[in-house]
Design a protein around this ligand. Structure first.
Ligand SMILES: [Zn+2]
Length: 328
């Protein structure tokens, strides 16, 4: 298990206390030795931080995606983002597949990267899926200005934030495999719902169809998790289909003091967890509710995002996946 935030804080406090003590005890020690001690301690702290989910690094993944432009059909940002995810994961993952599909007259790509359990005997079960949609909405129909409504959203929160959490998690998994196999699943075409009669979650539905054999023990979907005023209540489809899993996640959140997680029921939200729940899989959704003002507007930009919000979500999920457990 990774050190919990509390333990890390204790270690940091102890490290700074050591600096203070050593400064007092060796007031006359020469500067060179002092700076050696400092750099030793700093590198210990860096090492501990490296093993932790870093919200700032996740923010950088949002910035990259946003810089590619909209991740929707007819924009080059879509292919660039697919390449970006693939290039980051290809050298690190034990297995990576891109699964193209055609549905409702549209073409899409789901991407699936697996990081096998540290112990080969644990490779197939238990198995945890982390999922997010990587496409963005082609229209900003809720924008105040009618002129903006036909434009695609930037999707810093609605799209890029979930992907960013998965990519930062990939960094942790690359440096230290978890006790369970972890699948990072990037789903396409979530956000076409109610456009020309299309449904939401086209990519997720295809993923479940194409991979009927795939039965993860637990799954966590992240969607819209970077807002600086992030609030995540207990989404209700998740509650109905996977209450135990939701309780486990909320228990970790409580123990970490991750205040974006709220101990109250949210709404029933149609999202990419539904096709999985319908297939009898335990998958919960971590999603901002009520949706932020920026949702499906031209205001869904990175200046609304916060590294702290991402980090709270990421650290809860990383404790969940690194937990030494009996089969779930
Ligand atoms: Zn959306």
């Amino acid at each position: 298990m990774l050190p919990s935030t509390d333990r890390l804080i204790t270690q940091l406090v102890m490290a700074s206390a050591f600096v203070a003590l050593s400064t007092l005890a060796h007031a006359r020690i020469d500067n060179q030795l002092d700076s050696q001690i400092d750099s030793q301690i700093n590198s210990q702290i860096d090492e501990q931080q490296n093993g932790q989910f870093n919200g700032q690094l996740a923010m950088e993944h949002i910035a990259q995606q946003v810089s590619f432009g909209p991740r929707t059909a007819d924009y080059s940002g879509k292919q660039k983002t697919l390449n970006y995810i693939q290039q980051l994961l290809q050298p690190e993952a034990d297995q990576l597949v891109v699964q193209p599909f055609q549905a409702h007259g549209l073409s899409g790509n789901n991407l699936w990267a697996s990081f096998y359990a540290a112990d080969p005997k644990q490779r197939s079960q238990p198995r945890i899926m982390l999922a997010a949609h990587w496409d963005t909405r082609p229209i900003a129909e809720r924008d105040k200005l009618p002129a903006n409504r036909a434009q695609p959203v930037t999707g810093a929160n609605d799209g890029a934030s979930g992907v960013a959490v998965l990519l930062e998690m990939a960094r942790l998994l690359s440096s230290q495999r978890a006790p369970v196999t972890v699948d990072l699943v990037f789903l396409d075409l979530e956000d076409m719902g109610n456009i020309d009669g299309l449904p939401f979650s086209i990519g997720a539905t295809e993923f479940v169809h194409q991979n009927r054999f795939y039965r993860p023990t637990a799954g966590v979907l992240v969607d819209m998790v970077c807002d600086r005023d992030l609030v995540i209540p207990q989404e209700r489809f998740s509650r109905d289909g996977a209450a135990d899993l939701q309780d486990q996640i909320w228990q970790i959140a409580r123990s970490q003091g991750a205040e974006v997680f709220k101990d109250r029921a949210g709404a029933y939200i149609e999202d990419d967890h539904l096709p999985f729940l319908r297939a009898g899989l335990k998958v919960i959704n971590l999603i901002h509710w009520p949706f932020p003002q920026s949702w499906h507007t031209s205001g869904d930009t990175i200046d609304r995002c916060s590294a702290d919000s991402l980090q709270q979500v990421g650290r809860v999920i990383s404790e969940f996946i690194y937990l030494q457990r009996e089969p779930l």
